[in-house]
Design a protein around this ligand. Structure first.
Ligand SMILES: [Zn+2]
Length: 339
């Protein structure tokens, strides 16, 4: 079967590997149809990803079809032929975070496609507890994990109806965050420094847009009659943006850091203290968030059909991956398709 491996930074190769066999009672063999490409994959490609070793099979945003099931399938309500999204997170169920129900930040978190081999291969074996079967198309299923990260950030914020919200960073995670935040917010702004991305947000009708290179504080004050937004999500992973975001937040408001960076964040204490600012980190997603996403896609409350800007076969992906890392290529969401 075709398998794409990231051998080392900047070296993606397409090869053949043997078919998996030997299903455990709680496992399923799945055929991978669609793989979403995300910032983590691009970072790993560029050699910038934390806690990452090579060689690695990437791929953690997956739309799959169940080909074979272990003997416990009935316990998981999984059958041959089901289409499913994949929860790529593996938690230990025992640590302090897991005991608090916060499996998304398990002390021993392992993510397939990051810490272990992922889904850029035609078939692989996965525990059935990590499959979410749903009556969605395979492209939608491949976007469930990405959206779950946004849904989790919004749930983490405890956003209330009628708030004014900013999402900084209009990549896929920012878009996912905005898609869920706008279901509650009175007004929602997205800030980015890429004109192409701002145009894309406007075209989707997802949020009002502000060019991050402009005087954002002045624009907000004018738009909001001197008030500032109460909840700001930063989905850039850029330390400068994350720290500067404080200036866009109302007194009594909150900052949710969805993106993350390797470096230190140094906040100005008067700026955060005068606001009595709450700063939250948001990491991965839980089962509850995956369910929220599947329901929102099913009901049509969230529609991601237009978010896919690029599709590639395995051969094309290996050939063109480097170009997908460049902003001028205009990739918002790229999909690898095994056909
Ligand atoms: Zn744990």
């Amino acid at each position: 079967m075709k398998t794409i491996t990231l051998d080392e930074p900047f070296k993606l190769s397409l090869g053949e590997s043997s078919l998996p066999s030997e299903l455990a009672a709680n496992e399923a063999l799945v055929k991978v149809h669609k793989v979403g490409i995300c910032g983590t994959d691009l970072h790993a490609f560029a050699g910038l990803q934390n806690f990452f070793s090579y060689p690695r099979i990437l791929g953690h945003e997956l739309g799959v079809e169940v080909l074979e099931v272990g003997v416990e399938a009935a316990n998981y309500d999984i059958s041959i032929g089901d289409y499913a999204a994949v929860n790529p997170y593996f938690h230990d169920g025992e640590c302090s975070a897991c005991r608090q129900g916060k499996t998304n930040c398990c002390t021993h978190m392992k993510v397939i496609g990051v810490h272990e081999d992922g889904g850029m291969r035609e078939r692989f074996i996965i525990p059935m507890s990590n499959l979410y079967k749903a009556d969605l198309n395979l492209s939608q299923l491949a976007q469930v994990e990405m959206l779950a990260v946004g849904a989790h950030a919004v749930r983490r914020s405890r956003l209330e109806a009628g708030e004014t919200v900013i999402v900084i960073g209009a990549g896929p995670i920012g878009l996912g965050t905005a898609a869920f935040a706008r279901l509650k917010a009175k007004r929602i702004f997205m800030i980015d420094i890429s004109p192409e991305r701002l145009d894309f947000v406007e075209k989707l009708g997802l949020a009002e847009v502000i060019d991050g290179k402009e005087d954002v504080v002045a624009i907000l004050k004018e738009e909001l009659n001197g008030d500032m937004p109460t909840t700001v999500f930063d989905a850039t992973g850029n330390a400068k943006s994350m720290v500067n975001a404080v200036n866009y937040i109302s007194h009594g408001g909150q900052l949710v850091l969805v993106g993350h960076t390797k470096g230190d964040l140094v906040f100005n204490n008067p700026a955060i203290h005068s606001r009595e600012l709450s700063i939250h980190c948001s990491r991965n997603a839980t089962v509850e968030d995956f369910k929220t996403v599947v329901d929102a896609l099913k009901s049509g409350e969230i529609d991601v059909e237009q978010w896919i800007t690029h599709r590639a076969t395995p051969e094309e992906l290996v050939e063109n991956f480097e170009s997908w890392t460049k902003p001028e290529t205009g990739v918002v969401k790229g999909l690898l398709e095994f056909v």
